[in-house]
Design a protein around this ligand. Structure first.
Ligand code: SF4
Ligand SMILES: [Zn+2]
Length: 313
């Protein structure tokens, strides 16, 4: 519990990176997402390949699909061009780059004009960034885009002690400053919020995820995404061994999602990737996935029926 997390300790547990091609995104997908207007529309995500994020957050495994060095100017536009050729036509696009879009060593600003020209015709473009990189570069990119720019920021948790232990090199005030900067400049923001980061019990995990949603909406964020914390980067497995990290329960994800939707303060989505990890009952899981997807899309709460597993304790 008192273990001081630091870069060296986190890095020492890492495995190897996956081979990546600087001229191809490492993945792309299209999924339905509820828009602010209430309409459910296809939204594409391109997972850009670029240089590793300079931070080494405790829970992060995004480094796996990154390069060690900056990639050449022109490579990111080539990746986007390639992905758009594969994807069906969509109006909304996320460019997620395993770090910060506005980190010059990840996405060279010299590429902004070409990227913006490739994105003509989109209604919304969503990028992600650490608060440290949210500055005039956002405005520079926004001014080149025809689409509405939105920026997703990892708030993670408003528990200050846990936030420090996550090694993100960010304070709650930094998040606040970034959202204020974006709002002042007419850019909407989204917050990634962790469900049960290390060092928290299940009930504390729920409590702090709910507090984090309250905070995010309070500072003007338009959309919150709840992410159940997973292992997978080496150090999280180590924390599981020492009892400092436990996977959250899928029931807790539903609880927090219900809570967030009930606030009616903005859109709240649960991250649905690999939900089986958080479940112990396959019978429940099937229904839970249906409910969570429904709640994500409709922003309406659905309660489930009791399963036999609950009766047996
Ligand atoms: S800032 Fe984001 S991408 Fe960078 S290490 Fe932290 S979680 Fe990973
Ligand atoms: Zn069950």
């Amino acid at each position: 519990m008192d273990k001081i997390t630091h870069d060296k300790w986190i890095l020492s547990h890492r495995g190897t990176k996956n081979p990546v091609d600087p001229f191809k995104p490492y993945a792309w997908l299209v999924e339905k997402e509820r828009q602010m207007s209430g309409v459910i529309e296809d939204t594409g995500t391109i997972f850009l390949t670029n240089m590793e994020c300079p931070f080494h957050c405790l829970m992060c495994d995004l480094w796996k699909n990154t390069t060690d060095r900056p990639i050449p100017v022109g490579a990111v536009p080539a990746q986007i061009e390639w992905a758009l050729k594969q994807m069906p036509l969509v109006k909304h696009l996320k460019l997620y780059n395993s770090g910060s879009f506005f980190d010059d060593r990840a996405i060279p600003p010299a590429d902004y004009p070409k990227i913006a020209s490739l994105l003509k015709g989109f209604e919304t473009v969503i990028v992600e960034s650490h608060p440290k990189f949210i500055d005039d570069r956002c405005l520079q990119f926004r001014d080149l885009l025809q689409a509405e720019l939105q920026v997703a920021i990892g708030l993670e948790t408003v528990n200050p002690d846990i936030l420090r232990k996550l090694n993100k090199h960010v304070a709650i005030d930094d998040f606040w400053n970034s959202t204020q900067f974006l709002t002042r400049n007419g850019i909407r923001s989204r917050a990634f919020i962790l469900l049960r980061p290390p060092y928290l019990s299940e009930s504390e995990g729920i409590y702090w995820a709910q507090k984090s949603i309250d905070f995010a909406f309070g500072v003007g964020v338009e959309c919150c995404i709840i992410i159940p914390v997973r292992a997978g980067n080496g150090v999280m497995e180590e924390l599981m061994k020492t009892g400092d990290f436990h996977l959250p329960k899928i029931e807790s994800l539903e609880t927090v999602l219900n809570y967030g939707i009930n606030l009616r303060a903005g859109r709240v989505f649960a991250d649905t990737w690999d939900l089986g990890l958080f479940s112990t009952c396959p019978k429940c899981l099937e229904q839970q996935i249906i409910r969570i997807n429904f709640m994500n899309l409709n922003q309406e709460i659905v309660f489930g029926e009791k399963c036999s597993c609950e009766m047996n304790g």
